[in-house]
Design a binder for this molecule. Structure first.
Ligand SMILES: Nc1ncnc2c1ncn2[C@@H]1O[C@H](COP(=O)(O)OP(=O)(O)OP(=O)(O)O)[C@@H](O)[C@H]1O
Ligand SMILES: [Mg+2]
Length: 475
């Protein structure tokens, strides 16, 4: 290992400061000796900045450095030292992994303190245990609680949320703001009976729309998510609920809903007429996430009841007076805009104008998603599913046919079918038909897709008797 004087580009060092979180998971200091330990996201062994003979020297191992080639780690070291107001010019080069391991072991007994916050990095995760469930109270016990409001701790489960947000590439400053909002929510919103508890989805949303949605929500905006079936609209809503700790209520739009039924219904009790608030109105009042599925199914004039709730007025009118919107109420509507959806109505402009409207793309990482979601790792099986999907996409694109067979859920089901029943000609045949093809009702489109699948995905896809007949012109 050599220690060499290397001159780095000043701009690159400044750029690195803003992006440090992408490369480094923690920075620790041994304040007695003024040495730094740097844990890189892409390296197995930490790097060190050692203070010796009045100057800093950075030491690390990576393949490029071993060959004497420049690497991003040098910029990381320099930006760290630049942040503390010093200059770093000396770096180890051509060091072997054994040499760095020896240094690592020598420094093992020394106490290092985490200083992530000084460099704008996320604080190290300390998992907080859920508070023990209170023992049942004996009837007549003087200590019996008088309210049902549960105190929730926003730090419980935060470690998992932070790790996920970091993995999704959210910058630390945004993650800090999410935690702040999560704190405010936990302090003021309880999970009432009938609400869905915020829990980690089995496979949380993954994609660039996560950061974008959270930025809007932190600004106080409500959202409308638009996307084809299976683009993750409900997954994103559940993920936002989990990340922020917001309990959820689900409301499915239907054309029979009226301005009054959205808010509640008149009731008659103890000889008096009253008005029972709907679950939606109760979420507005007590805080929570109102998930408005198929929001476009609501009749145009009905949506005007939401206008004052969504604009600066922040109230919902009701026959029993205005209901003030809770500071931690969030409304997320979703709608499916794929072709062939009967009953889809264009939303009223004044309604739409009150939301941030996000269009969700279909997942780009198809194979990775199916793999993570189902646990199917067989390359052959995964690539087979991808080919079938591409055949469907191709038919839709080239001939505007077969949209009903465009699915994500179908492939998730297919992967689970493979796992359970093996990947054979028989199971391939079955999953293509039962999870993809048979979703098409139109005969010509159905036959066109059979043909396309045989042509571009699986040459051995059997010709059915019906298909044979069709080809001979029997239909
Ligand atoms: N970007 C994504 N990240 C994580 N999972 C995804 C993503 N896109 C799709 N999925 C997966 O696809 C399946 C369908 O997702 P989801 O139910 O959220 O879709 P949707 O947009 O609500 O569909 P629909 O309009 O049919 O109701 C789920 O199993 C989900 O895990
Ligand atoms: Mg959905």
């Amino acid at each position: 290992m050599k220690i060499a004087k290397i001159t780095l580009n000043k701009m690159a060092i400044q750029d690195m400061k803003a992006n440090l979180h992408q490369h480094v998971s923690s920075i620790e200091v041994d304040s007695v000796n003024n040495n730094y330990r740097v844990v890189f996201k892409d390296l197995d062994i930490s790097g060190y900045i050692l203070f010796q003979n009045d100057e800093f020297k950075a030491i690390h191992y990576c393949e490029a450095n071993e060959k004497g080639v420049s690497c991003k780690h040098l910029n990381v070291f320099s930006s760290i030292i630049d942040t503390i107001g010093e200059t770093l010019v000396k770096f180890s080069t051509k060091g072997s992994i054994q040499e760095i391991e020896t240094i690592h072991e020598q420094l093992n007994d020394i106490d290092f303190t985490n200083v992530n916050s000084q460099f704008g990095l996320l604080a190290p995760i300390e998992e907080v245990d859920a508070p023990p469930v209170a023992a049942p109270v004996e009837p007549g016990d003087a200590a019996a609680p008088t309210t049902t409001t549960e105190i929730r701790d926003c730090n419980v489960g935060w470690g998992t949320v932070q790790t996920y947000l970091d993995k999704e590439g959210l910058p630390p400053a945004l993650i800090h703001r999410v935690l702040e909002r999560r704190g405010a929510i936990h302090a003021t919103v309880s999970c009432l009976p009938m609400m869905i508890k915020p829990e980690q989805p089995h496979y949380p949303y993954s994609g660039p729309m996560l950061a974008r949605a959270l930025r809007h929500v932190l600004l106080g905006k409500d959202l409308i998510l638009i996307g084809d079936k299976g683009t993750g609209k409900d997954t994103l809503i559940a993920t936002i609920g989990w990340v922020l700790g917001l309990p959820q209520t689900i409301h499915v739009g239907n054309k029979d809903e009226t301005k009054e039924s959205i808010v509640g219904e008149p009731a008659f009790r103890d000889g008096e007429s009253t008005f029972d608030l709907s679950q939606f109105a109760s979420t507005v009042k007590n805080g929570g996430l109102a998930n408005m599925a198929e929001v476009n199914m609501l009749m145009g004039d009905v949506t005007s009841v939401y206008h004052s709730l969504l604009d600066e007025n922040r109230v919902l009118s009701s026959p029993v007076g205005a209901i003030k919107r809770h500071s931690q109420f969030l409304m997320i509507g979703s709608m499916n805009v794929g072709a062939g959806y009967a009953g889809v109505r264009a939303l009223n402009d004044a309604f739409k104008d009150r939301f941030a409207v996000l269009r969700l793309p279909s997942t780009l990482e198809f194979v990775e998603m199916i793999q993570n979601k189902t646990g199917l790792h067989d390359r052959h099986g995964l690539l087979f599913l991808e080919k079938v999907k591409k055949a469907v996409d191709q038919l839709i694109q080239e001939e505007s046919q077969g949209h009903a067979a465009s699915t994500i859920r179908g492939y998730i089901d297919a992967a689970r079918y493979f796992l359970e029943n093996g990947i054979t000609a028989e199971t391939k045949h079955e999953i293509i038909e039962d999870y993809v093809l048979n979703k098409i009702e139109d005969l010509d489109e159905y036959m066109a897709l059979r043909h396309m699948i045989r042509d571009s995905a699986w040459g051995d896809f059997p010709i059915s008797a019906e298909e044979d007949e069709y080809q001979k012109g029997g239909y």
